[in-house]
Design a protein around this ligand. Structure first.
Ligand code: HEC
Length: 177
């Protein structure tokens, strides 16, 4: 009897933990993550700052291009490795079609505000980019100008390709938001 109660208790806790880890969430991705299928094969890369609805990413794709775009095509949300992981929603416009990416995203990777999702790179921005001069206001330059600036700062500040790509994405998300 006692054993049954313990087994029941453990099962309830396990189910609860599972449900909370995969509960439907809305918000923004706070990390770059790679989705995998049931066999562990990588199906898509999803980038931080991308909007998540009901624990899923919806994006737009152009023919012959694996990039996942925002609706206006100005931001990228990631890269599709395996076309089986994308389900067409039926919506299309201006040569782009809307897709929903299969695979659940853990709630710990979803922040409820964009500010919170960008916190990691915001901290990096103020840490790395204000050591030689004061931190520069994001909106002082255009997205195109920032691309050139980040290129020269990458050499100046000796930051890794990863950090520089992440910092550029962070700036772009703030400007285009
Ligand atoms: C090692 C020192 C150093 C670090 C670290 C550094 N910078 Fe700079 N930055 C400079 C110098 C020197 C200049 C002026 C010369 C130039 O433009 O190349 C400059 C100029 C700039 C300018 C142009 C300002 C203007 O008014 O034209 C921007 C924007 C900028 N940095 C952004 C950044 C960002 C973003 C980072 C972080 C990724 C960063 N910097 C990190 C040294 C640094």
């Amino acid at each position: 009897m006692k054993q049954t109660i313990i087994i029941c208790y453990v099962s309830v806790i396990t189910v609860f933990c599972f449900l909370t880890a995969f509960a439907s969430e809305n918000g923004w991705l706070n990390k770059n993550i790679e989705l995998t299928d049931v066999n562990g094969k990588k199906t898509a890369l999803l980038q931080f700052g991308s909007p998540i609805d009901d624990s899923k990413l919806t994006a737009w794709m152009r023919k012959g291009d694996k990039t996942l775009y925002s609706e206006n095509g100005r931001m990228t949300y990631g890269i599709l490795y395996d076309s089986d992981a994308a389900v067409e929603t039926g919506n299309s416009k201006q040569g782009m079609r809307e897709v929903m990416i299969k695979g659940f995203i853990k709630s710990s990777f979803i922040s409820t505000s964009m500010d919170e999702a960008l916190r990691e790179y915001e901290d990096k921005y103020y840490e790395i980019c204000s050591s030689c001069h004061s931190a520069i206001s994001h909106r002082r330059f255009s997205v195109e100008q920032w691309a050139g600036i980040m290129n020269s700062m990458k050499t100046h500040a000796k930051i890794s390709d990863n950090d520089s790509a992440g910092l550029y994405r962070y700036i772009k998300l703030i400007i285009t938001e």
